[in-house]
Design a protein around this ligand. Structure first.
Ligand code: ACO
Length: 325
């Protein structure tokens, strides 16, 4: 029986021009390039310029994705933007993106699941497309985490960066088989018991301020690998696939040690793992589409490849998506 699938037509990305290296950070706080590289794999991150907002990053990434897909912005009828660093408390940054792209039909909204935001946004858009409610979606992850970092806290300020990535999804009728193109399965999880392990200590309703990111790094690390592997096993079971079937593993880029340990536990070969954390740092909801865009543009990810995405982040939230390019 045929099935409607959300097929990826193209992807794109945008990184702010300014690069901040570990050496430059070591001049600001008591840290070193060696410590950061050894504990996280991060060597540099990009930082948005003064006056450069999350929406600007998102619009640039969306334009790149539309060009990569070879389609006109007017054919988009749904924009789901994953971010924890919106331009304003409201309206949604997604409507600024919609307006910036010259679209005034369909729907645009933000979605907030911190580092898992892109997976949650992808699953949301996929459900809308498969239900027939919308036909073509832009799914964007965009962040300016540099604006919510406490630059005097060496435990967090070395980890994050700014950037945006986007994919275009198109509702297409497929044969309804495991060999279909498009999103084959998504799995989302949350557990609010962990909400104080990674959070921002401000907000409109609580402090009337924006606040700064706070994290119990060791606690996050302790839970990460188990949660990640659980939702990937769910994806394997739902589709009857195994680690051997995967062509590319594109995880949330938080920390090389978490990525290596997850791939090892799942028996995913190291050469199938796409790594960009060294160059981008942790860009939260933007990290997966940024990594995806790198691997598509350098020719690694090709039509027909089986691509596994996963993320885990504040909340905690975590999730996976398995798709055929
Ligand atoms: N430079 C030098 N020393 C530092 C730094 C730094 N930037 N940051 C912390 N330290 C020190 C600490 O003060 C501590 O010193 P002490 O022993 O004298 O008290 C020592 O290093 C060890 O600190 P830990 O926090 O135990 O270091 P750990 O090995 O756990 O590494 C890290 C810290 C990298 C944050 C790790 O816990 C981690 O990666 N956690 C996962 C967090 C993460 O990836 N978060 C991203 C968001 S969530 C997500 O996206 C999945």
């Amino acid at each position: 029986m045929t099935a409607i699938r959300s097929v990826v037509l193209g992807c794109g990305s945008y990184l702010p021009q300014q690069i901040l290296t570990n050496a430059e950070l070591a001049a600001r706080v008591d840290t070193s390039d060696e410590w950061i590289v050894q504990r996280t794999g991060i060597r540099q991150r990009h930082i948005a310029a003064e006056g450069e907002f999350t929406s600007h990053l998102a619009i640039n990434a969306a334009r790149d994705a539309l060009a990569n897909a070879g389609i006109d912005a007017q054919s988009i009828d749904l924009i789901v933007l994953a971010t924890s660093t919106p331009d304003n408390t409201f309206p949604a940054t997604a409507v600024a993106v919609q307006n910036g792209l010259g679209i005034n039909h369909g729907a645009a909204f933000d979605l907030q699941a911190v580092c898992s935001g892109f997976i949650f946004a992808l699953a949301t858009a996929d459900n809308f497309l498969r239900s027939g409610a919308f036909k073509r979606a832009l799914v964007i992850g965009a962040e300016t985490f540099s604006r919510i970092l406490d630059w005097s806290d060496r435990g967090t300020c070395v980890l994050f960066g700014d950037g945006a990535g986007a994919v275009v999804l198109d509702a297409q009728v497929q044969p309804g088989k495991p060999t279909d193109r498009g999103i084959l399965t998504t799995h989302l999880r949350s557990d609010g018991r962990h909400k104080s392990k990674l959070y921002v200590d401000g907000g409109p309703s609580s402090t009337r301020t924006v606040g700064y990111l706070r994290m119990e790094g060791r606690e996050v690390f302790k839970h990460a690998v188990g949660m990640i592997t659980d939702v990937i096993v769910d994806a394997f079971e739902a589709t009857g696939t195994t680690a051997d079937d995967i062509d590319w593993f594109i995880p949330h880029q938080a920390n090389k040690r978490i990525i290596d340990a997850s791939a090892h536990k799942l028996h995913i070969a190291p050469q199938k793992v796409v790594l960009t954390v060294d160059l981008h740092g942790n860009t939260s909801a933007a990290s997966i589409p940024l990594a995806l865009a790198v691997a598509v543009k350098d020719g690694r990810v090709k039509k027909g490849d089986l691509v596994l995405l996963e993320a885990m982040g504040g909340g905690f939230t975590w999730g996976s998506a398995l798709l055929r390019w």
